[in-house]
Design a protein around this ligand. Structure first.
Ligand code: NOJ
Length: 730
C-alpha cells in the first residue's frame, strides 16, 4: 500500500513534467528533504511546528468540520482524543491541503499498556521477566492505535521508582535500573519496529526525562531531590538504553529536579541528551510544564517561561501555547536564534519523515473487527497477564485448585470488568474485559461449580453483604477472595499515604477465613501493597496487579493449574509504608552487627516480599555456580553458569537473576546490582543451564557523578540464588 502510493506520486510527476520540491521526493535523503523544507518555511510556519494542541473527541460527522477548523492547518502536533481515524484524517487533510507547504501533523496519544486490547500495567509486565511479551504487546498496541490515526505514543515511562506511595509506579518497570532498561528497549522495538515508516508502527516517547519518580514523599508534581551520583547511576541509564534502541522522542518531566525544573534544565536536555548521547529526534514538554515554571518559582511571565524552556532544549510545547504566543517576539528580541528554531523544526520534521507521514498522511478507515481484539492480540494479552501475576504464598499447596467441587468467588473484584484495565488504559472498554467470574466459569465448566457473592464494595462501610458472602463461602470447598485497589487509585495524581487494602475488604477476608475453609486471596493493584493482614487470613495469595482485557482467563488458568505461576516482583512490597523508600540495591551501611545497627524498633526491617520474590507450582533446585575464569582483563570476557533442576512433577518457568557486587570502591556501590536475567521453561524432572556472559566494562563498571564510566581493578562478586563467587578484574 505504502509502496504503491510512492509509485503513483512518481508517475504523476513523470506524466505532468511538474517538478516536485525536493522535500516531497520520497526517494531523497531525509536530511536533504529537511533542509529543503526548512528553507521554504516562514518563521510563523516554523513556530507552529513546535506546538502541540489537542483535538477533541467529536466524531459526529456534521460537527467534524467545525472541530477541525478551530485548529491551524500548520500545527505541528495534536494530542488526539478521538477514537476513530475519521476526525484525524479530516484534520490531516486540512494540514496537507489548506496549509501552504502541506506538512503532515503528528498525532499523539497516551498508549501506555494497550489501546483497545489492554495488557497488564507496565509494572506488572516487568514482573513477567519476559520482555518479549512486552515487545509483542506494544506491537499490538501500535497496530490498534495506528488504525485510529495515532502516530506517536507517550510511552514507555522508564522512571526507576522506589516509592510505592507515588501513583505513577504503575506506569514504569519497577525499582531496578537494569530491568527498566531492558523493558524500555523491548517497548520501543514493539512500537517502532525496525522502520517506523511501516504500516502499524508508531513513534515512542521516553518519559519523564529524568528523575520524576524521586517525587518527595510519594506526592505528585512536587520537588525531587536527586544527587548527581544517583541521577547518573539510577535515573539516567534506562533513558540512555532507550536512546540506543532508537526512541524517536522524549518527554521532559514537569518536576523540579534538584532546584532546576526539568522544563528549564538545559544540562539534561541539551548537554546530556543531545550533545552527549547524540539524540536527533525531539523533546516535548509535559502537559503545562512550561507555564508551570512560573508556579515553580523559576520565572515570572509566560514569555520568560517560553524563553527558558526553549533555550533548555524542549522543541515542542505540549498544550501550553506559550511557544505559539511568544517565540516570534523572543526571536525578534534576540533572546532565541533562528539557528535554534531551525534545529528544533528540523528535529520535529525528522521524526515525521521517519514515520513516512509525508508519503502516507492518512490512515485507512477499517472496520473494528479487522483491527481490535484480534485473536493473536488476545493471546498475547492473556499470556502477558498470566506471566505477570506473582504467587506470594501457597501454604499446604492450596493452589492449584484441582479437586474442589464448589469454588466460592467473593469480593468486589470477583465480577468486575472495569478495574482490571488499570489506569492509563487507552481506549480499553470494560465490556471487553473477561472478569474473574467469567474466566472461572469457563475454566471449570463441567469440573466444578462456581458460586459468587460480592460481599462488599472496594471501600466504604456497607457490611450488609458479609452474611451472604459467608453463607456462600460455607457452601464451597475453597474460597477465592478477590480483593484490591480500584484502577483509579494509582496513576498520575494518585498518591496514597498507606498501601493497605481498605479495612472493609480486610474485614470481609477475616470473616471468610473464620468459616474454616481454605482461602485463596487474589490481590489487585497498581502499586505494591501492605499485606500483613491479608497474609494473616490467607492460605494462598496471588497478586494479579491490573491485568488487562484477559484478566479472568489468566487468573482462572493460574488457579486451575493450566498456567504455572512464573512472575517475580519487580518492586519490593514493604512491611509497612513506614519503611519507604525500600528497595533491594541500597548501598551498604556502616554498622551491621550487635545492638547499634540503626534498625527500626517497632517493626521488622525486612520487607514483606522482596524484589525478585515469587513462587511457582514447581520446585527448582540450583546447582553450584561456576565461572569460566576467576580473573579477567577489562576488555576480556567471562561467563558464569548455573544449572537449575525442576525437581517437581510439573513443568515450570524459572527466571534466573544474576547480580554483581563491587565490595570496595571509591564511589561506594549497592549491595547487589541486577545485571542480567533470563527466563526459561524447565520441564518436570529436567534441568536447564543458565549463562551470564559478563562484559567487564558493561557489567562490572560504574559511573561517577559526572556520568563518566569507569572500571576499577580488583575483586567483584557474582551472585545467583544464594550463591556468591568472587572474580578479579586485572
Ligand atoms: C501528563 C503526564 O505526565 C504525561 O505522562 C502524559 O503523557 C501527558 N500528560 C499527556 O497526557
Amino acid at each position: 500500500m505504502k509502496k504503491c502510493l510512492i509509485f503513483c506520486a512518481f508517475l504523476a510527476v513523470a506524466c505532468t513534467g511538474a517538478k516536485e520540491p525536493l522535500y516531497k521526493d520520497a526517494t531523497a535523503d531525509i536530511e536533504d528533504r529537511i533542509e529543503d523544507l526548512v528553507g521554504r518555511m516562514t518563521v510563523e510556519e516554523k513556530i507552529l511546528q513546535l506546538n502541540q494542541y489537542t483535538l477533541g473527541t467529536n466524531t459526529i460527522e456534521q460537527n467534524i468540520g467545525e472541530l477541525v477548523s478551530e485548529v491551524p492547518a500548520e500545527i505541528g502536533s495534536l494530542i488526539y482524543f478521538g477514537d476513530e481515524a475519521v476526525v484525524r484524517n479530516a484534520m490531516q487533510k486540512r494540514a496537507m491541503e489548506d496549509s501552504r507547504l502541506g506538512i503532515p501533523i503528528i498525532f499523539g496519544h497516551d498508549v501506555i499498556h494497550g489501546y483497545i486490547t489492554i495488557f497488564p500495567i507496565p509494572l506488572a509486565q516487568a514482573c513477567s521477566w519476559n520482555p518479549e511479551l512486552t515487545r509483542l504487546g506494544c506491537e499490538v498496541a501500535a497496530q490498534e492505535a495506528y488504525s485510529c490515526g495515532i502516530d506517536w505514543t507517550f510511552s514507555p515511562m522508564v522512571d526507576v521508582a522506589r516509592d510505592p506511595r507515588w501513583g505513577r509506579v504503575m506506569e514504569g518497570y519497577g525499582e531496578d535500573v537494569y530491568t527498566n532498561s531492558v523493558f524500555c528497549q523491548a517497548a520501543i522495538k514493539g512500537y517502532q519496529g525496525d522502520d517506523m515508516s511501516q504500516e502499524n508502527r508508531i513513534a515512542a516517547c521516553l518519559k519523564h526525562f529524568a528523575g520524576y519518580a524521586a517525587s518527595e514523599a510519594g506526592m505528585d508534581y512536587v520537588y525531587t531531590e536527586v544527587s548527581d551520583q544517583t541521577l547518573w547511576d539510577t535515573y539516567l541509564p534506562p533513558f540512555e538504553a532507550g536512546i540506543k534502541a532508537g526512541a524517536a522522542t522524549l518527554m521532559s518531566g514537569f518536576h523540579n529536579l534538584s532546584a532546576t525544573p526539568v522544563a528549564a534544565n538545559r544540562f539534561l536536555i541539551t548537554e546530556v541528551l543531545k550533545n552527549r548521547w547524540g539524540h536527533d529526534g525531539y523533546v516535548v514538554s509535559d502537559w503545562g510544564s512550561i507555564k508551570q515554571l512560573i508556579n515553580q518559582g523559576m520565572v515570572e511571565t509566560e514569555k520568560e517561561a517560553a524563553e527558558t524552556a526553549f533555550n533548555a532544549g524542549n522543541e515542542m510545547d505540549m498544550a501550553d501555547q506559550v511557544y505559539a504566543n511568544n517565540l516570534k517576539a523572543l526571536l525578534d528580541e534576540g533572546k532565541i536564534s533562528m539557528k535554534q528554531i531551525d534545529d528544533a523544526v528540523s528535529r520535529v520534521l525528522r521524526v515525521k519523515f521517519r514515520l513516512g507521514l509525508f508519503e502516507n498522511p492518512y490512515v485507512e478507515e477499517k472496520p473494528e473487527s479487522e483491527r481490535y481484539l484480534l485473536p493473536h492480540s488476545l493471546e498475547i494479552a492473556e499470556k502477558a497477564a498470566a506471566e505477570s501475576m506473582v504467587l506470594l504464598k501457597n501454604e499446604n499447596a492450596v493452589l492449584p485448585i484441582e479437586k474442589a467441587k464448589t469454588i466460592a468467588l467473593i469480593g468486589p473484584m470477583a465480577d468486575d470488568q472495569d478495574e482490571h484495565r488499570g489506569n492509563w488504559c487507552g481506549r480499553g472498554r470494560g465490556e471487553d474485559v473477561i472478569s474473574i467470574l467469567q474466566g472461572m466459569e469457563k475454566e471449570y465448566k463441567g469440573k466444578a461449580r462456581i458460586v459468587h457473592a460480592e460481599g462488599c464494595g472496594f471501600e466504604g462501610e456497607d457490611r450488609s453483604g458479609f452474611a451472604e458472602a459467608v453463607r456462600v463461602a460455607r457452601s464451597a470447598d475453597v474460597v477465592v477472595a478477590c480483593l484490591g485497589h480500584e484502577a483509579g487509585w494509582s496513576g498520575e495524581n494518585h498518591s496514597r499515604s498507606t498501601l493497605e487494602i481498605p479495612q472493609i475488604q480486610e474485614d470481609l477476608l477475616a470473616a471468610l477465613k473464620a468459616t474454616g475453609k481454605p482461602v485463596v486471596v487474589l490481590t489487585a493493584s497498581g502499586r505494591p501493597l501492605e499485606m500483613r493482614e491479608v497474609d494473616e487470613h490467607a492460605d494462598a495469595i496471588l497478586h494479579i496487579w491490573h491485568p488487562g482485557t484477559c484478566a479472568g482467563y489468566a487468573v482462572a488458568g493460574l488457579l486451575s493449574g493450566r498456567y504455572n505461576p512464573s512472575g517475580k516482583l519487580a518492586m519490593t512490597f514493604p512491611y509497612t509504608a513506614g519503611q519507604i523508600p525500600i528497595y533491594y540495591n541500597r548501598r551498604p551501611k556502616a554498622r551491621n552487627e550487635g545492638w547499634f545497627q540503626g534498625l527500626y524498633e517497632d517493626i521488622t526491617n525486612d520487607p514483606m516480599y522482596p524484589f525478585g520474590y515469587g513462587l511457582s507450582y514447581s520446585k527448582f533446585e540450583y546447582g553450584p555456580m561456576t565461572v569460566s575464569a576467576d580473573k579477567v582483563s577489562a576488555d576480556g570476557k567471562l561467563y558464569a553458569e548455573v544449572t537449575v533442576k525442576n525437581v517437581s512433577d510439573r513443568d515450570g518457568m524459572e527466571t534466573v537473576h544474576w547480580y554483581i557486587n563491587d565490595p570496595y570502591s571509591k564511589i561506594t556501590r549497592p549491595v547487589k546490582e541486577l545485571k542480567f536475567f533470563e527466563k526459561k521453561l524447565v520441564k518436570a524432572g529436567e534441568s536447564e543451564t543458565f549463562r551470564f556472559e559478563i562484559d567487564p566494562k558493561r557489567d562490572l563498571g560504574f559511573v561517577n557523578s559526572k556520568g563518566e564510566k569507569y572500571l576499577d581493578k580488583g575483586e567483584y562478586r557474582i551472585m545467583v540464588g544464594d550463591q556468591t563467587v568472587s572474580i578479579n578484574v586485572i
